[in-house]
Design a protein around this ligand. Structure first.
Ligand code: ATP
Ligand code: MG
Length: 566
């Protein structure tokens, strides 16, 4: 079971469970569940719910179930189920033998419905969907009883069984709970329990042509599994009376529903419907596009499960909706990657450098530390030769005041290598662009340190031209420009706010040869450039493709200070 990675932030549900245990409620059992509907890939908001449910169970010696809420036959797909299982496991959680499907309860749910009919608590309504809507009333007006509300339980039972047997068209009848058409809570105005729907279900095939509605199926699935704490997001607060009603009326095990605020992240949308739209309209390359807030997108981008779990712990769990800055997620990621990623040198926009006084044909294997944060990670050899590449932006012919990198006549350090001085600049005659630099090196500065104590202000990364590997590097930015892309109240589509520059592809990059055997999804810090990982989908033996996981610039501390100031 995954460990928590940082100090717990306030979590009111943790407190409720501690109190329940003190009072020996549920004989000390804690059984939670994560109940995704398999109609999309999981996103970082789901990760909050996964961490919450699995951690609360683990902390209290309980269990957490993974239950697919597959009551809606047309929307669910096997692909989604497989991706959800993979993502939960990758996050570090294990449901053991507790993998369930609501569709496995269809027979039991049918029996519960029959019991409610027999008790006079449910009836078959033959109004059309439109009429049902009209009869429901509004927030300010009570609803009206359906003319079919008074059917005898015998008649209801007969109709319901014939609904199941497939005697009626889709929409001809529904089964409704008989509660209160004047309830101030619209959910309690005789909610629909079953509808007729001829659709092939991915698990039950065409065995059923009636399907239970969420509110009826969900509470009873929780009850059947012996769930003690049914944790869900705030929008279900108004459904809680209905959750309680079904369980009360049937007199079955009654889990406690507790609502918490869903995660909202800046510059991100976290709704499956919107994410599906981005995929279908090809604004991204797929559910696992590294810009997507999906677990699969974050994984491909190079996020670690530890960083995501740490984030979910730090944001805490509260009852009030809020917006979390995506900079906090990135901060958790950097903290984790800084400790464990090996450093390597990669040049994203190469500029050729010739060391005039370095012997032609000579190659030196220089020693380079793998991670200054962790000496146990050891060292590697990096080849140095007469022709190198440095970063274009590390040279200025006319350096401004605070530019301490390379310029004509200036000496800088090449990391792990030598001091070099720029002696001449070669340009494209037509465009004036700098195409090559000539430098000299000081052979007395091997390793990048001068014996005479001479200091240089700039240290540059580099690669040996003959030894470096070609690579493509993809730089990512926020998918949305606005902090809250959903906020468009004027009816503007949320997609209007997509960041046109969220992906920049660099195809001429050169990386040091130690990356020849790099494994998909392994993560590195490219010195001075950020954290990168090999793209698991598009890399091939002939083409290294790296995703920038994060830059080195951590904005979280700054944001926090500004927030403290108010
Ligand atoms: P979406 O709003 O993205 O369509 P959903 O709530 O319909 O999500 P489900 O598959 O029903 O998706 O979600 C499974 C669980 O994850 C639910 O318990 C839900 O409350 C929780 N969940 C979904 N989104 C978030 C979020 N942004 N923050 C926290 N929990 C979430
Ligand atoms: Mg849902």
């Amino acid at each position: 079971m995954a460990q928590r990675d940082s100090i717990p932030a306030p979590n009111f549900i943790r407190n409720i469970i501690a109190e329940d245990l003190k009072a020996n409620k549920n004989e000390g059992r804690v059984i939670t569940r994560f109940p995704p509907e398999p109609n999309g890939y999981l996103h970082i908001g789901h990760a909050k719910s996964i961490c919450l449910n699995f951690n609360l169970a683990a902390e209290n010696g309980g269990t957490c179930h993974l239950r697919f809420d597959d009551t809606n036959p047309s929307k669910e797909e096997i692909e989604y189920i497989e991706s959800i299982k993979k993502d939960v496991q990758w996050l570090g959680f294990n449901w053991g033998k507790h993998l369930y499907y609501t569709s496995d309860y269809f027979e039991k749910l049918f029996d519960y419905a029959v019991r409610l009919i027999k008790d006079g608590k449910a009836y078959v309504d033959s109004l059309s969907a439109d009429e049902i809507r009209k009869y429901r009333g509004t927030l300010t007006e009570p609803g009206k009883d359906s003319p079919y509300r008074g059917r005898s339980s015998g008649e209801n039972l007969d109709l319901f069984e014939r609904m199941r047997a497939g005697e009626y068209e889709d929409g001809a009848h529904v089964l409704r709970a008989k509660i209160d058409m004047a309830s101030p809570n619209l959910n309690m105005r005789d909610p629909t329990m079953y509808r007729i729907r001829r659709a092939v279900h991915h698990r039950t095939g065409d065995r059923w042509c009636i399907y239970p509605m969420y509110d009826f199926a969900h509470c009873l699935s929780d009850s059947i599994e012996g769930i003690t704490h049914s944790i869900c997001t705030l929008e279900f607060e108004d459904n809680r009376p209905l959750y309680d009603w079904f369980l009360e009326e049937l007199g079955v095990h009654h889990p406690q529903q507790i609502e918490f605020a869903r995660l909202n992240l800046t510059h991100t949308v976290l709704s499956k419907r919107k994410l599906i739209e981005l995929v279908k309209d090809q604004h991204v390359t797929g559910w696992d596009d590294p810009r997507m807030p999906t677990i699969s997108g974050l994984r491909r981008r190079g996020y670690t499960p530890e960083a995501i779990r740490d984030f979910c712990e730090r944001i805490g769990v509260a009852k009030r909706d809020s917006m979390v800055d995506v900079a906090l997620l990135e901060h958790c990621l950097r903290e984790n990657l800084n400790k464990k990623s090996p450093r390597v040198m990669a040049v994203l926009n190469p500029l050729r450098v010739v060391i005039d006084n370095y012997p032609e044909g000579q190659v030196e294997e220089l020693e380079a530390e793998n991670n200054p944060e962790d000496p146990d990670m050891g060292t590697r050899k990096v080849p140095f030769s007469r022709e190198l590449y440095i970063e274009q932006e590390d040279f200025r012919e006319d350096p401004p005041k605070k530019f301490f990198r390379l310029a004509p006549g200036r000496e800088v350090r090449l990391k792990h290598a030598y001091y070099v001085t720029c002696v001449s600049v070669i340009k494209n005659e037509k465009t004036g662009a700098v195409t090559e630099l000539h430098c000299t090196y000081d052979s007395e500065t091997r390793g990048g340190w001068s014996k005479d104590g001479r200091k240089v202000k700039g240290t540059l990364h580099w690669v040996s031209a003959a030894h470096a590997l070609k690579a493509e590097v993809r730089l990512y930015d926020h998918l949305f420009l606005k902090e809250n892309p959903i906020e468009a109240k004027d009816g503007t589509d949320f997609k209007a706010d997509l960041n046109p520059d969220s992906l920049e592809t660099l195809t001429r990059c050169r990386v040091e040869p130690s990356l020849a055997d790099v494994q998909p999804a392994s993560r590195y810090q490219f010195l001075r450039q950020g954290y990168f990982c090999l793209d698991s989908a598009d890399s091939s033996p002939g083409l290294l493709v790296f995703n920038r996981t994060a830059t080195l610039r951590d904005t979280w501390a700054k944001i926090q200070k500004a927030q403290e100031k108010g």
